[in-house]
Design a protein around this ligand. Sequence first.
Ligand SMILES: *Cc1c(COP(=O)(O)O)cnc(C)c1O
Length: 375
Amino acid sequence: MIHFNIPPHTGKELLYIKQAVDNKKICGDGEFTKLCSQWMESRFHAQKILLTTSGTSALEMAAILCGLKEGDEVILPSYTFSSTATSIVLTGASCVFVDIRPDTMNIDESKIEAAITAKTKAIVAVHYAGISCEMDTIMDIAQRRHLKVIEDAAQGIMSTYKGRSLGTIGDFGCFSFHETKNYSMGEGGALVINHPEYNEKAEILREKGTNRAKFFRGQVDKYTWVDYGSSYLPSDLNAAYLYAQLESADKINTDRLTTWNIYHENFQSLQKSNVLSVPFIPKDCEHNAHMYYVKLKNLSERTKFISYLKERGIQSAFHYIPLHASPAGRKFGRFFGADDCTSSESEKLTRLPLYYGISDKDRNYVISCVLNFFQ
Ligand SMILES: *Cc1c(COP(=O)(O)O)cnc(C)c1O
């Protein structure tokens, strides 16, 4: 069986977890949490990064810090994971779904402006497959129309747009370290804060509404409940696992890119003969090989393709059912404009096995099965 995903493990994870235990500090904001934040801040040139319990909780923090409230509207793609939307719904705001581009599966930046109303407060840019949205256009709209931008970079850590790390371009960026992502801590995530005026509010929100972070820095002599908050900080045990992966970030990235490129070299010719389409990387984007997908002609072709691979011991996976068509999507949002691509393109897409350490043999077997399907 060739798995669709195997969670990354590079070697030092258990050693670091043992060190956290030996440090007698396994709750949040221990040594490994600090090491992870510092590593990311310096690598991505980020003003501040806080480790969170999930990508979802990073999105929730971003929505709250944007000051979203009942009656507000937020523009986002419908082709995304539920938590992009639940974080908005949590604040009482509603979702306005905009169509995607068929080439990158990202929000169609040319359709955003028409969806803006007097109630619009923010845009969520989801960097699908670790390939950046057209951020210059999105930031320009946001600036002119006074909107906040949240980057859902759950899949986009280590990717760049015009040389800038994804997550550091909007007001807030959100990473995920779920086991299906490029770097993992089981469950976890991080919030990138790109304006220092939000730092203190974010720390309070993350630490149950207290100013404990300030207390630990010696800036106040006792800590107390100062504002709304929740518990968004992960255990240092999980951070220890993650730190081992961040230390090997380039090794993991290179390994994934190798697989991505080999798939791409083999499948590009099929696109020329019009039987499938392959991912498109815009020229300003460097990606992290989060995912390799192919798009079949239609839903029935995709169904046949997935079962053909399954019969040969290969797990492949389709992806999101568009949110606007789901029961909660209908309740909490609306689709603006025509659904030219969201529904039709999502029905064609299948993701192939891609994980750190996939063997040459397994990769070649996947390639030959895919090629045989089209013979
Ligand atoms: C994985 C993912 C999330 C959620 O991250 P969790 O860490 O699982 O909470 C949100 N948005 C997108 C686009 C994702 O891929």
